[in-house]
Ligand binder design. Structure first.
Ligand SMILES: Nc1ncnc2c1ncn2[C@@H]1O[C@H](COP(=O)(O)OP(=O)(O)OP(=O)(O)O)[C@@H](O)[C@H]1O
Length: 885
């Protein structure tokens, strides 16, 4: 069962009255006697057993009908497939097509979300063909352009499986979505322990969750609000892992250097670096190969290549297989357990200074200072070696920060958050203070370690042990690398462990482990600057004078509590609440406010963050809109047109002085092959044309980023590039194609954005996602979108008008682009051609607030594609819910 399912159905559940609920339970409980008389093919969600309406899920051998509760709700079979991630469907023997799988006529692919039909040129026959392998290879008797998916608008086409309206079948009691959720939950618990099943059952509770207030009365109050929310999140994570497996997977497994390569088409698992994977095969008995994913790359034909570091030593029999693997992802519960431990200890702990506790709770400290705190005066000409000399706003922000115990630093895109942190660390260290540097994700911790180390300071990165084999920049700063340099014995033990030869002798093993633990203790206590993710900081057993959290707006409130347990007298949170916030899995916890960071809560409560205001990333024409729309026009440009213009690049910009354009495309969205996201083939092909044009001009592929809010579209774009691209595959492989959410914090010279949606705005409506999307490019931005849809949304309409009034909204052939003018609402609301877009800050505040309510977001899994993927599911299901509402 997926979290999205639960969200979707829990949302419905919340809206049911208790009487409805009682009645629905009775209805479920009343059915068994009758159900006994139903044929084997009766729908597992309702009593429908009309053979023409039925489909069998081949992945679990259950039958479902193709009816939906009301317009735009998914049909029962599609609900089940989405909730359970099942994809193969068989028709009933009495169906006019007979007892057959819905599969590709040419290659036999049986993922129903991949299958579509093409008509013969004389319109007398049709063929079922899969989207990727066979759609483009039809012979001349068929019209390739007529290909349409068999699942349309969350239901199988009715010519394939009948789908009467509920009003046509009044005798049927159709279950509420909440009941569908509960029933489906019970199908998916086969792989769970009894403890996990208990957790999962707690998901169906109708207990109302108390909302997160802006201010807490006490530590007990804080604990009582957050513990149930974190426990619910944990339950969602367990449910997610229940569906994270695929059987009958075709793959090859081979050694490569120190690691192993698993090349597979099981691409719908939400893999990300650091995930734990187990691989087994029915022919190999109980042999289960356990491994950590250390690198992921995407291949032609939707294949992914996983580099694995094996945890189990014996796996050779698996090498001989090429199909039939079972692949399962495991969730790591430690993250939630650490947060819960900190929350439960919070009321009685002495580990946090009372003044810092008040700051955390949102209580006014009234001039009180933490024990040992003294305000510093920063020298006006302060500058750390080897990094950028601070600009005026950075210096102002640093001076205020070092004079107070608790600071919020807001860094809009490209304004030098990392540079500011590195300068601050250099100063604070020079004052003899010890510093814990933290962030929600390993990527962010690595980045900050690199900048601080560039000033010549020594940083110890306490990377989690599970990431030992994952390559990342600044690895030389990690504990294991430093321990190996410090002691030959540590080197020997770590090298032995890496070669798995330590597994043989248990006694030596214990002694070795103790040696490493002592070494760890020694290095941590000697270090003045230690870095770790918020979660891993729970393993660091010492106090620090200062806590600095980068990307603080991407972590939930209680995640920061984990790091506060180190008793800092100075806390500095750095982030930007106008960009994407933390991801939470459940709509219920989101509605209660768990997706709001501590930073954001304090800003909403009235704290004014210290804002960095000079951006060094974007061509000035690109920063106009974000500055006016999201930062009250306060952003100034640290770079000028000359520094960002590329006169050597002959690209058909509608205005050569403004390297930006919005291309209006009229393609249509479809469900992705996973059934959980969206693709838009027409936009993907337009991306290819634009990308080729940039590459033709000599732009390096590494300088170009292709982004979409939908992971399904990113995968589809990769396929289109690899299949239809004019350049060699190696060139396209160097172009970063990634979801907007995973691109937060990154930049490229040129960005191509494909917004994908054509029916509903979905989670494009999140203002903060829009902000991230349009602030990644340094030299040029091309937005490919459906303007007819997007103009229905408030903030997107402003953006469309901004482009249109400058003649930058276009359609047609790249060599003869045609400008499009959009009608504006009134002269006063119109955006000027010469001055930045004018949207009042109250409008933006309101939009941001609305976004907050509707947004779902990220954690330490954070910038990983896996999480972006989860968000899509939520979006997909929630969009369905909204439409049905
Ligand atoms: N004071 C400065 N003078 C000149 N360039 C600067 C200065 N501060 C930052 N920069 C440049 O601005 C760019 C962005 O800096 P940095 O990576 O620190 O920003 P950031 O706010 O962390 O970015 P992001 O939005 O990706 O989080 C870098 O190229 C950096 O060299």
């Amino acid at each position: 069962m997926t979290n999205a399912a639960i969200d979707y159905l829990s949302a419905d559940f919340d809206e049911m009255s208790l009487a409805d609920y009682d009645h629905s339970i009775e209805t479920i409980e009343d059915t068994p006697d009758e159900a006994k008389q139903l044929p084997a093919w009766a729908c597992s969600f309702c009593e429908n057993h009309d053979p023409m309406c039925m489909a069998k899920c081949e992945d679990c051998s259950r039958w479902f009908c193709n009816m939906r509760l009301s317009t735009n709700h998914p049909s029962h079979i599609i609900s089940h497939m989405v909730l359970s991630r099942h994809k193969t469907v068989r028709l009933h023997p009495e169906n006019s097509l007979g007892d057959c799988l819905i599969e590709c006529y040419d290659c036999g692919a049986s993922n129903a979300f991949l299958i579509g039909y093409v008509l013969s040129t004389d319109h007398t026959s049709m063929k079922l063909l899969c989207r990727y392998r066979c759609q483009n290879k039809v012979d001349q008797n068929f019209d390739r352009t007529s290909w349409e998916p068999v699942v349309h608008d969350s239901i199988f086409r009715s010519w394939l499986i009948n789908s009467p309206k509920p009003s046509e079948r009044p005798e049927l009691t159709l279950p509420k979505l909440a009941q569908v959720n509960q029933l489906n939950n019970s199908f998916n618990t086969d792989h769970l322990s009894s403890q996990s099943i208990a957790l999962v059952n707690s998901l169906n509770s109708d207990e109302k969750l108390a909302p997160v207030p802006e201010v807490f009365e006490s530590a007990e109050h804080y604990r009582d609000i957050f513990v149930p929310l974190v426990e619910l999140e944990q339950a969602h994570s367990v449910m997610l892992s229940a569906t994270e497996f695929e059987t009958n997977v075709s793959a090859t497994l081979q050694p490569e250097g120190d690691s192993y390569i698993f090349l597979t088409s099981a691409s719908h698992l939400r893999v990300s670096s650091g995930c734990f994977l187990s691989i087994s095969h029915p022919d190999c008995g109980d042999l289960v190969l356990s491994a950590t994913i250390i690198h992921i790359s995407h291949h032609l034909d939707q294949k992914i290549k996983l580099s694995l570091q094996m945890v189990t030593p014996e796996h050779r029999p698996l090498f001989k297989r090429e199909s039939g693997f079972t692949v399962k992802l495991s969730e790591n519960p430690i993250h939630f357990l650490r947060i819960l431990k900190a929350l439960k200890a919070f009321p009685s702990t002495k580990a946090i200074d009372p003044v810092i506790v008040k700051c955390l709770l949102g209580i006014d400290v009234d001039g009180e200072l933490p024990v040992g705190f003294r305000p510093f005066n920063m020298p006006a000409d302060f500058c750390a070696p080897n990094i950028n000399k601070p600009n005026h706003s950075q210096r102002q922000v640093m001076m205020s920060t070092v004079s107070q115990p608790f600071s919020l630093i807001q860094g809009p895109p490209g304004t030098g958050k990392t540079t500011t942190i590195a300068n601050l660390v250099y100063f604070l260290k020079s004052q003899g203070l010890s510093i814990l540097l933290s962030a929600p994700s390993n990527v962010a911790v690595s980045n900050i370690c690199g900048q601080v180390a560039a000033t010549g300071l020594d940083v110890l990165w306490m990377e989690s042990e599970s990431r030992e084999f994952i390559t990342s920049p600044n690895k030389h700063l990690t504990f294991l690398e430093k321990a190996m340099k410090r002691s030959p014995r540590a080197r020997e033990i770590i090298m032995q462990r890496r070669n798995n030869s330590h597994l043989t002798d248990e006694r030596n093993n214990n002694a070795d482990r103790e040696f490493i633990v002592r070494m760890r203790h020694r290095l941590v206590n000697e270090a003045k600057i230690v870095a770790a993710t918020l979660s891993s900081s729970a393993n660091i057993d010492r106090q620090f004078d200062v806590l600095i959290v980068d990307e603080a707006t991407q972590s939930t409130d209680p995640e920061i509590l984990v790091a506060l347990m180190h008793n800092p007298m100075m806390v500095i949170l750095v982030g930007d609440h106008c960009q994407l916030g933390p991801v939470v899995m459940s709509t219920r916890t989101m509605n209660a406010g768990l997706n709001r960071s501590l930073f954001e809560r304090l800003v909403l409560h009235g704290s004014k963050p210290l804002r960095l205001n000079t951006q060094y990333r974007m061509h000035p024409c690109l920063s106009d809109f974000p500055s006016a729309s999201f930062y009250e026009g306060s952003l100034s440009n640290g770079v000028n047109e000359l520094q960002r213009n590329r006169p050597d690049v002959k690209f058909p910009w509608p205005n050569p002085d403004k390297p930006m354009m919005m291309y209006s495309d009229n393609g249509t969205e479809d469900l992705s092959p996973s059934g959980q996201s969206y693709i838009n083939d027409s936009e993907a092909r337009q991306v290819l044309l634009v990308l080729n044009r940039l590459l033709d001009q000599g732009i390096l592929p590494e300088q170009i980023g292709v982004i979409s809010p939908y992971d399904g579209q990113c995968r589809h774009i990769r396929y289109v590039l690899a299949t239809f691209g004019a350049f060699p595959e190696e060139v396209y492989n160097k172009v970063d194609v990634a979801s907007v959410d995973s691109f937060q914090g990154s930049e490229r010279e040129y960005i191509i954005l494909s917004t994908t949606r054509t029916r509903t705005v979905g989670f494009l409506a999140d203002t903060r996602r829009l902000n991230v999307s349009i602030t990644r490019a340094r030299c040029g931005l091309i937005i490919i979108c459906n303007t007819n849809l997007l103009r229905r949304n408030h903030i997107w309409r402003y953006l469309i008008e901004h482009y249109s009034h400058q003649g930058l909204l276009v359609s047609g052939n790249l060599d003869s682009l045609v400008p499009i003018q959009v009608k504006t609402r009134s002269r006063t609301q119109r955006m000027s051609n010469s001055s930045p877009t004018a949207i009042s800050s109250s409008t933006v505040a309101q939009l941001l607030d609305e976004s907050l309510k509707s947004a779902s977001t990220d954690t330490n899994l954070g910038s990983s594609p896996a999480v972006a993927y989860q968000k899509e599911e939520i979006d997909y299901l929630m969009a369905e819910f909204e439409r049905s509402g």
